[in-house]
Design a protein around this ligand. Structure first.
Ligand code: UGA
Length: 435
């Protein structure tokens, strides 16, 4: 049976959850404290760039199953199930900051009226679901079930991921809660998506362990790439062959300028802290955090080595987002690299199909260009940092004519090396010998 749901927090995860659950047939109200955001969402305008989300938003608003409001109290009172998807940004010591989550818990406690399931989607440290459950019970919420339901969406593919998850993880402690969550997700049950029903602590740790493992995979291939450059091997071939081993798998083995985004950096730091707290040090995770910072610096150092001095040089950059298909620049390698280029006196002209507006808020003095070709004009070097599709088929003849010096450093291995060679460019790639 379809449920009455309230989703608190309409950021990335919250918005996708609200839209997706409404599409499953539930009645959903999305809640946020940001009035401007709520107005935009009610008008069918997503506040994030995410392929496909606008259609789902419009469709479900029109069907009457989805609306947005700032009225948290009323929404909690009306709901049978409350999804909590507020941010848990790293606090001062890197540990997830739970203040927004605890504010929602406070609102729930103030608006208790019968049985409710509180589903925590936000990524939270081990022990948080238990803590929340105890806090609610202590304030009279004996009839409230807390459920941990971590999110595995990828930015850029979030709509697809919502409807085709590899698995849904649910940490719970009462059969009634399980039944209700089964109802909420009935549409996924029908298409045989595997569900992992477990205790709270396992569910919480599954999220950190998954992101941590993927970060290690990337960190590993980036270090192999470094070795490949030095000994004349090709990381592309290496990762392809490694990926053919079913035990390893081919995904997340693309060498690059270091991982970024709102998840891996935050979750690896949090996992390292959780490990220390429980006296089970996560030394692999600690190493990968360090290695990932090192990867960004390595990109910069290599560019500097090529150009000699950076003072007065113009560097064209293609791609500022932390990955393709998003306007998100959080923890993007471009932030570190641009910072270092500026420090050493370079001028930067950059292009990104979606992320220039966000990047401009941090670096207003970068020259933001209308096209990838404009970004090449008069440059001493062209640095490819994000794997946008439009950068996979660049007109290199045109680029050679536009650049001052024909040198390309492709940190995503998407530019055609043979063509660069044939056109007599100098070049570098990650994990392959340069020329
Ligand atoms: C990641 C996880 O993939 C999701 O499953 C998870 O739900 C999400 O974090 C989260 O915790 O919310 P996301 O941050 O959107 O998703 O992006 P990814 O596609 O995982 O990429 C992360 C970073 O790794 C990007 O900077 C990307 O360029 C880099 N990456 C990825 C590589 O350098 N190489 C690869 O092979 C794959």
């Amino acid at each position: 049976m379809a449920k009455k749901i309230c989703v608190v927090g309409t950021g990335y995860v919250g918005l996708l959850t609200a839209v997706g659950l409404a599409d499953f047939g539930n009645t959903v109200v999305g809640v946020d404290i940001d009035k401007a955001k709520i107005d935009a969402l009610n008008a069918g305008k997503p506040i994030i760039f995410e392929p496909g989300v606008e259609e789902y938003l419009e469709r479900n608003i029109q069907s009457g199953r989805l609306r947005f409001t700032t009225d948290i109290a009323g929404s909690i009172r009306e709901a049978e199930v409350i999804f909590v998807a507020v941010g848990t940004p790293p606090g001062e010591n890197g540990e997830a900051d739970l203040q927004y989550l605890m504010r929602v818990v406070d609102s729930i406690c103030q608006n208790l009226n019968g049985h409710k399931v509180v589903v925590i989607k936000s990524t939270v440290p081990v022990g948080t679901n238990r803590l929340v459950s105890e806090a609610i019970i202590a304030r009279g919420g004996k009839d409230v079930d807390v459920v941990s339901n971590p999110e595995f969406l990828r930015e850029g593919k979030a709509v697809y991921d919502f409807f085709h998850p590899d698995r849904v993880v649910v940490g719970y402690s009462s059969p009634k809660a399980r039944e209700i969550v089964e109802d909420v997700y009935r549409a996924l049950h029908r298409v045989n998506v595997p569900f992992v029903w477990c205790d709270w602590e396992s569910a919480e740790l599954i999220k950190y362990a998954s992101n941590g493992f993927l970060a290690i995979k990337i960190g590993f291939i980036n270090q192999i790439a470094c070795l490949a450059e030095e000994c004349g091997a090709d990381v592309q071939i290496i990762s392809k062959a490694m990926g053919m081993d079913g035990r390893i798998g081919s995904k997340f083995l693309h060498a690059g300028p270091g991982y970024g985004g709102s998840c891996f950096p935050k979750d690896t730091s949090a996992l390292a802290i959780i490990g220390k707290k429980y006296n089970a040090p996560q030394t692999l995770i600690e190493s990968v955090i360090e290695a990932n910072e090192g990867q960004k610096i390595r990109v910069f150092n290599r560019l500097r080595q090529r150009l000699g001095t950076l003072k007065g040089k113009t560097v064209g950059i293609l791609g500022l987002a932390f990955k393709a298909e998003t306007d998100d620049i959080r923890e993007s390698s471009a932030i570190t690299i641009v910072g270092k280029l500026f420090e050493e006196g370079a001028q930067i002209q950059a292009h990104d199909p979606k992320a220039m507006g966000n990047f401009e808020k941090i670096y207003p003095t970068v020259k933001y260009m209308n096209s990838e070709y404009d970004a090449c004009k008069g440059c001493d070097a062209l640095l490819v940092l994000t794997e946008w599709n439009e950068y996979r088929s660049l007109d290199l003849v045109r680029i050679k004519n536009l650049m001052k010096e024909p040198y390309v450093f492709d940190t995503r291995n998407i530019v055609d090396q043979d063509e660069l060679s044939a056109l007599d460019f100098s070049f570098d790639f990650i994990g392959r010998a340069g020329k």
